[in-house]
Design a protein around this ligand. Structure first.
Ligand code: ATP
Ligand code: MG
Length: 395
C-alpha cells in the first residue's frame, strides 16, 4: 500500500447546501494542479480528500508543494497507509516522532476510529500508542495532553490505518472559481498583484487588464506585467490578460485637460475600459490595488471620483492595509522581486506635479464632458492584445 496525501479543507462554508459545489470545484482545481505527476486515485471522505498514487515513486514532495498553492486547502499531509495492525501503527508512530526529534519538546496522540469493528476504541489506541512512544523516546519528547507542540495522529478506517505527525499549512480561502469572475486592473507595481492574490483566495476567478503606453513605457515594462500575471497563475491556474493600448488616450488627456485632474481622468478611463472588457468576459466586478491615502489618487474624494466612472462593484482588498502588510503579501505570493524591477508604468510617465487631493465629482464630470473620447475608448477595447496564460510547473 502506498502512502496517501491527505487534504483537509475549511469547514465554515461546508455546513450549507454549498458543500458539494465547493468540494467539486476544489477537486477539479487539485486535479489541474497535480496533472502530469503520475497516476492516482482521488476520493473524498469525512471532509478529507485522499490522493492515492499508483506508483510508490510518485513525487510526493512536488505534489504537496503544488497543493499548498490551491486555495480552499487548510492542510496537507503525507500519511503512511498501513494494515490495521497495532504493531505496525506503533512502529510508524515512533518513526514519525523520531523525525521530529529536536524540533518539538511535547506531544500527544490523537486517534479516530471510523471502522467501528476495530477492537480498540480511540482512547485505548491513544493510550497504547502514547505509552509505546513514551517508553521509546527516552523522555526526549514529553507527553503534554493540553498544549502539545506536536500531535501524532492515528486514523483507523475501513480501508486501513493512517499514521502521521506533521501537516503543512495550506493557503486557506475558497477554491478559485466558486465565487464568480472579476477583472483585475494589473499594473507592474507591488499592490495590484497582491490585490489579485487576495481576491483569488476568496474564490474569485480573475482576468487581468493592463494599460500600456508604448513607447512611453517599454516592451520590458509590459513583459514585467506578463511575468506578474504568470505568478498569479500559480494560484489561479488560468489568467487571461488584456493589454490595452493606452498611449493615444493618455496623450489626449494630457493635451485637453487641466494638469491637476489628469491622473484622475486617466484612472476613470482605465475603469471604464476595464468595465467594458469585464462585461464582455462575463466578469461581475473590478479589482484594484488601491489603499486609502497611499497617493493623491487614493484619497476618499479621489476614490469617489474614480468609482463613479463605472457601475460594476469595485473591490479594493488592500484598502485598509499598510504598505508593509502589502509587501508581506507580495513576498508570500512570490511577486515582490518582479514588482520591484525598475520598469515604469504609464502612471509614472504622465504624473502631474500637483494632483488634486480633494476632487469633486461634479467638477470632474463637467471637465470630462468637454471632450468626447468615446471613439478612442472603443478603439482601445477593440485593439486590446489578449494573452492567455496558464499555470506551468516550474520543475
Ligand atoms: P500598484 O502598485 O498596483 O501599481 P500603485 O500604488 O502604484 O498601485 P496607482 O498607480 O495609483 O497605485 O494605481 C492604483 C491602481 O490602479 C493599481 O493598484 C491598479 O489596480 C490600477 N492601475 C494603475 N496603473 C495601471 C496600469 N498601467 N494598468 C492597469 N491597472 C493599473
Ligand atoms: Mg502603480
Amino acid at each position: 500500500m502506498n502512502d496517501v496525501i491527505m487534504i483537509k479543507y475549511g469547514e465554515i462554508i461546508l455546513k450549507g447546501q454549498n458543500r458539494p459545489l465547493f468540494e467539486e470545484k476544489l477537486i477539479k482545481n487539485i486535479k489541474f494542479k497535480i496533472n502530469g505527476l503520475g497516476e492516482y486515485k482521488i476520493k473524498k471522505m469525512q471532509a478529507t480528500i485522499y490522493i492515492e498514487p499508483k506508483d510508490p515513486s510518485y513525487p510526493y514532495e512536488e505534489a504537496i508543494a503544488r497543493l499548498l498553492t490551491v486555495f480552499g486547502i487548510v492542510s496537507v499531509t503525507r500519511a503512511k497507509h498501513l494494515k490495521k495492525d497495532m504493531e505496525q501503527v506503533k512502529a510508524e508512530a515512533l518513526r514519525c516522532m523520531e523525525a521530529l526529534r529536536g524540533k518539538v519538546k511535547t506531544f500527544k496522540v490523537e486517534s479516530k476510529r471510523s471502522d467501528k469493528k476495530f477492537p480498540l476504541k480511540s482512547p485505548d489506541i491513544n493510550q497504547e500508542v502514547g505509552n509505546y512512544l513514551y517508553d521509546h523516546l527516552n523522555g526526549i519528547i514529553d507527553v503534554d495532553v493540553h498544549h502539545p507542540e506536536a500531535v501524532l495522529r492515528v486514523e483507523i478506517r475501513d480501508e486501513g490505518a493512517y499514521v502521521y505527525a506533521s501537516k503543512e499549512k495550506g493557503p486557506g480561502g475558497l477554491p478559485v472559481g466558486i465565487n464568480g469572475k472579476a477583472a483585475l486592473l494589473l499594473s507592474g507595481g507591488i499592490d495590484s498583484p497582491a490585490a489579485g492574490f487576495l481576491m483569488a483566495r476568496r474564490g474569485v476567478e480573475l482576468i487581468g487588464v493592463h494599460f500600456h503606453s508604448y513607447p512611453y513605457t517599454s516592451e520590458r515594462a509590459k513583459q514585467k506585467v506578463v511575468d506578474l500575471a504568470k505568478v498569479l497563475t500559480r494560484y489561479c491556474d488560468k489568467f487571461k490578460l488584456f493589454v490595452v493600448p493606452f498611449t493615444d488616450i493618455q496623450l489626449e488627456i494630457n493635451d485637453k485637460f487641466p494638469s491637476e485632474y489628469m491622473t484622475l481622468i486617466m484612472r476613470r478611463y482605465m475603469m471604464k475600459i476595464s468595465e467594458r472588457i469585464a462585461e464582455r468576459e462575463g466578469a461581475r466586478a473590478l479589482v484594484t490595488g488601491e489603499s486609502l491615502g497611499q497617493v493623491a489618487s487614493q484619497t476618499m474624494y479621489a476614490l469617489h471620483v474614480t468609482n463613479s466612472a463605472v457601475t460594476l462593484p469595485v473591490f479594493r482588498p488592500l484598502i485598509g492595509l499598510d504598505k508593509e502588510d502589502i509587501v508581506g503579501i507580495s513576498r508570500r505570493m512570490g511577486a515582490f522581486d518582479i514588482s520591484i524591477q525598475p520598469y515604469e508604468d504609464c502612471c509614472t510617465v504622465f504624473t502631474p506635479k500637483h494632483p488634486k487631493t480633494k476632487p469633486m465629482l461634479d467638477v470632474v464630470e463637467r471637465i470630462e464632458a468637454k471632450v468626447d473620447m468615446s471613439k478612442m475608448v472603443d478603439e482601445a477595447v477593440e485593439n486590446a492584445e489578449v494573452i492567455a496564460l496558464q499555470y506551468e510547473a516550474e520543475m
